[in-house]
Design a binder for this molecule. Structure first.
Ligand SMILES: C[S@@+](CC[C@H](N)C(=O)[O-])C[C@H]1O[C@@H](n2cnc3c(N)ncnc32)[C@H](O)[C@@H]1O
Length: 346
């Protein structure tokens, strides 16, 4: 049975399902987007993330990790959740030699991680106790979310129902937890506006910080604060990706597309503060610049000019390639505009 048929059968038996259930099945079911044998986060996959753009992303984050290690001392470990192909952890560990755990729900990702990071513990779950740094790059945007729309001044949920063989959005009353989240983080959204209600992301943050004895949680993703996201609330930010391009309607090909939405970082920050962490929220370009990436870019520019003067075309080309990668990581309207949330525990 196809995943769409499995979802349709569940709806036929039990009635319409909340959107977070649809998203959970679409992404995490054994037949789901992350369930199969395909590695999704690599250059040939469905999306291009910062660590896939350049190993300098992991190398630069290593400076943050080293500072945290100096702050909290030993024992110290690095945990990456949603480690994908290992393109972040590999260069990071070349700079900071520390015990590490690579966590991923996808069997394909775990197989790739085991092959390319032989000294790293590979796991499907986050360790019970962590003392060190936990990193999650482009993970929270996939955690199942509820979907709500403001109609006539009141909130309604959008669940998933069946119309013939098609999966369609159906109207449903708003559940109390969803209403509470909306009141706190989407009160200014106007009539007709769609909001992805990210309760699971908040729970994930509380859970990770609950396991953390000392250290910090680093969350990097697309999205913004409630205020940043307000102009995008007309149609909402729910979307799909497939083979590096915006994909079809989220209900049309469950399991075949990456379903995602902008991360609501005000809610994430609130969850981290609730869990007792000290929170800092900055843009990726500023965060990487603070760790010295802009200086590195200037050095590369100078070296490229030097290579040009010497007529060393191969070296010039190599330097230019790295320079372009860094510019991509820092691009203010691209990856540089992603948000970085640091939640620190003493
Ligand atoms: C968008 S990819 C990002 C991969 C990598 N962090 C990067 O930046 O290239 C998301 C990764 O997170 C994994 N993933 C998704 N949900 C997860 C969860 N709840 N727990 C652990 N891993 C998860 C997926 O299998 C996938 O490898």
């Amino acid at each position: 049975m196809s995943l769409k048929a499995t979802i349709a059968a569940e709806i036929a038996a039990r009635g319409p399902m909340p959107f977070e259930r649809f998203m959970e099945l679409s992404l995490y079911h054994p037949e789901g987007f992350f369930g199969g044998s395909k590695l999704r986060s690599e250059k040939a996959g469905d999306f291009l993330t910062s660590p896939e753009v350049s190993p300098l992303f992991g190398r630069t984050l290593a400076r943050f990790v080293a500072t945290e290690r100096a702050r909290i001392g030993e024992p110290f470990q690095v945990v990456e959740v949603g480690a994908g192909s290992g393109s972040l952890l590999r260069p990071l560990l070349e700079e900071v030699r520390a015990p590490a755990v690579a966590v991923d729900v996808s069997p394909a990702a775990r197989a790739s991680l085991a092959a390319s990071l032989p000294d790293v513990e590979i796991s499907e779950t986050i360790p019970d106790r962590v003392r060190g740094v936990v990193i999650a790059n482009e993970l929270l945007d996939n955690l199942p979310m509820a979907l709500a729309q403001r109609v006539g001044g009141a909130w309604r949920e959008r669940w998933v129902g069946l119309e013939g063989d098609d999966l369609v959005f159906v109207d449903a009353p708003v559940r109390p937890a969803v209403a509470g989240w909306l009141e706190q983080h989407a009160a200014e959204v106007g009539d007709g506006g769609w909001v992805e209600v990210q309760l699971a992301a908040g729970e994930w943050v509380r859970d990770v910080l609950g396991r953390m004895q000392s250290g910090s949680l680093l969350i990097i993703d697309y999205g913004g604060t409630s205020e940043d996201l307000l102009p995008r609330r007309g149609d909402g930010t729910l979307r799909t990706y497939q083979s590096h391009h915006l994909g079809p309607h989220p209900l049309d090909f469950p399991g075949e597309t990456d379903i995602t939405a902008d991360v609501e970082f005000s809610a994430i920050a609130a969850a981290a503060r609730d869990a007792g962490a000290e929170v800092e929220l900055v843009r990726q370009d500023d965060f990487l610049a603070g760790l010295g990436l802009r200086e590195h870019l200037s050095e590369l520019r100078a070296a490229e000019l030097e290579a040009a003067r010497e007529g060393d075309h191969d070296r010039r080309l190599r330097l230019r390639t790295v320079k372009t990668e860094i510019e991509t990581l820092l691009h203010p309207r691209g990856l540089g505009g992603f948000m970085v949330l640091v939640a620190k525990r003493p």
